[in-house]
Every structure is written in structure tokens, then in C-alpha cells.
Design a protein around this ligand. Sequence first.
Ligand code: UDX
Length: 429
Amino acid sequence: MKLAIVGHGYVGLVTACVFAHLGNDVWVIGHTAEKLKRLQSGDPIIFEPGLEELLQKNLEAKRLRFTSDFTEALQGAAVVFIGVGTPPKQNGEADLAAVLGVAEHIGKHLTNPYTVISCKSTVPVGTNLKVAEIITRVKKPEVQFDVASCPEFLREGTALGDTLHPDRIVIGSNSKTAIDTLLKLHKPIDGERIITNLASAELIKYASNAMLATKISFANMIANLAEASNANVDEVLHAVGMDKRIGRLFLYPGVGYGGSCLPKDVKALIHTGESFGVDMALLKEVDQINISARKKILKKIKEMDDTKHIAIWGLAFKPDTDDIRESPPLHIIHELLEDGYHITVYDPEAMENVKKQMGSKITYAKTSYDAVKDADLLLILTEWNEFKQIDLTAVHKLMRNPAIIDGRNIYDPATIREKGFSYVSVGRP
Ligand code: UDX
């Protein structure tokens, strides 16, 4: 099948590489010449395990092309996916300018007798109808199309596996032809098929991310209570999660959730709910608890006397990505700088992105060990495996004061104290 995909971020590029890998002829549309050139030469631009290899393999096989030319890309495409960003506006609402702008471009350049236009971007309820309205307004009269919502549930760091082996494939459309075309396209991919109307599919994506965020904020709330009452949050949530109705995943407390999706999607869903007159108090609290999680770490730091030089391990919003969008570590660093701390950072992948944003305000270490040299405190903010397997005796020797605040609970408190560290974690005695 020939496919066109507008957008080459996490969603667009991963979708493109996976469908090309499955034998389709995939055209990716972007508008920045320099980025298209890099992609066409095999550089995925973003860091995602396995993506570079898949990109290069499919470029070689000529199943993948990058272009800024809508006419060429859309010609003969059975499905056109929209995979551009929906960043938050100041009031939390999702900014649909890119999605609606792309809809107009698609409409103007459609020449096929029939095309399925499917949105993979996370968009509020009603957006696909707006996309359909725009295309209807600008398209040539002889051209036919249907819209479908086909939300993407991939996580950064495991994006390829998530796309090839998803728990479910959601297809929302009011058109049987569109649903059948998308079912055919997804045939080689596992996962239960869920066919819905447009609005349900749009809401499923937000509701899923809001539920994940709710679990994390719930875990952080229980961690606060555990800390206050001498309970151990690990033991509590392990037992809670063993109930099959609840499940253990996404019940890990820490410095809160970040990334390009959860924070913005929670805010956007609050905004959508309120625009329909629905009380969204639960999600407002989820958002607040998430902010308090990082404030709590800051409070713990300020309670430590004689701390001036802080080493930070972990800058990405989670391991296995270089993404620092809405990363809790970055929020924490900004506040620490305002209070005059000297900060040395290390992250296995996210250093370059942080340098672009923070410049010379902080010091960049080459290794985890370099970062802790002469530090008064080590702050762990992302749970990279490298930190879990570190030589703690060497770390102890390098620090001026062997103190650790572990924002991701990666160490066993008893073991680490035996090594001579003062150790504070989240929700554990
Ligand atoms: C998320 C959704 O999981 C995915 O389905 C959707 O398509 C995009 O948004 P992603 O942003 O890649 O994916 O990250 P995810 O793995 O969900 O983690 C989000 C944040 O939650 C991270 O900052 C992570 O550190 C934090 N988290 C996760 C916790 O603090 N505790 C947990 O138990 C789990």
C-alpha cells in the first residue's frame, strides 16, 4: 500500500519506519529542508533504540522517502496519516494550528479518486470533524475522502516494540471503507482491534494518558503518606499492584511524570472537559500532585545544611531517551539555580539537548563519576541502568560529602547506608 505521513517526530517517523518495514511504500512529508536531508541520509534526528537501523534499512530498500512535496507524496496514497504536534497553549488547551494547517494542505493537494485521512496526532474530541470540514472546503470536487482517528500509544524508548506489538489498535471512523482500509493496513500487527466512532477514538487516547498520569500521582500521594507514617511505599504499592484489577505498572513514585505527552494531555483533557461543562477536579489534582512531587525533592535539598555543589544524574524525562521536554529534572535545575547552587550534571543521552537550553549556567560532566567529584550531594532524577550498576565505593570516594537524594528509588536503602552514604529516597523510611 502507498502511504503518506505528514510529520517526522516520534509518532510520524516511527509509524513511517514500521509501515515501510512491513512492506508498504511510505512517503514522509516535512517542511524543513535540512531535516528532510538528514532523514533521507539515514539520520533519524531523534534518539530511539532501533530506529536508525530501521530507517536505513528501509531507505536502502526504497520503501521510504522524505519530501516537502504534498502532490508527489499524496498521489496514489491509500492512507494519509497526520502525525504533527499538538503543543499546549498557555491555558492548557491543545494547539491545533499544525493539524488544521496540514488538513488544508492535504485537501488542496488530493488528486486520488478516494483517500483515507487518518489522524495519529493526539487531538481533542471533535478535531477530526474539523479536519473533514477543512478538506471538504478546499478539495477538488471530484475527489472523495473519509477521515479516521487512529491514535498512537507508543512510548519513547520502546517505540518500535510498542508499534509492532501494541495492546490494542484503535480505529475510529464513521466510514466502513476507511475502517476496512485501516484494518487491512494493520493486518501484520498484533493487538486487539477496537472499532469506534470518531469521538470515542479521540477520547480513548486522552483517557489512557490521563489514567497513566493518575496512577503516577496516586503513587506519589501514597509515597507522601508512607513517608509521614513510617511505612515503605515500595512494599505498599507492590502489594497493591498485585491485585489484578489494579496492576503494578505506572505505580512508581518519584519526581513526577514528564515528557511530551502526559503533562500536556492531562491539561488538554481538563480543558476539553470544562469546555463541555464537566467537572475535571480529579485531573486537576493529578496535575497538582505531579508538580508537588518535584517541589518535595527541592524541599529535601534545602533541608540539607552545608550543601552548595550538587551533582545531578539524569536529565531526560525517563531512561532510554534524550528527550527533555517537560522533564522534571530540568524544572528542578531551574529552581536550584535561582537559589544559587552550583550544579554539575550527567545523563547518558540528553546532555546535548540540555546544553542547547541551559548553556553555561551549569557544568557538564563526561561520566557519572566525573559529575560527583567534590559534590556535597548527589541527586538522582532519571533511573538509567548505568546508575543502578555504578561502583558506589568509587562514588563515595569522589564526593566531598557522601549524601544522596534518590528521586527514583533506584537503590536499596540498607545497602547504600552500609556503604557510608546518607540516603534519602521517596516514601521509604
Ligand atoms: C506516554 C504513554 O505511555 C504513551 O502510551 C503515549 O503514546 C505517549 O505518552 P511517554 O511519554 O513515552 O509515553 O512516557 P511514559 O513511559 O508513559 O512515562 C511518562 C512519565 O511518567 C515519565 O516521566 C516517567 O518517568 C514517569 N513515570 C512512569 C513515573 O513517574 N512513574 C511510573 O510508574 C511510570
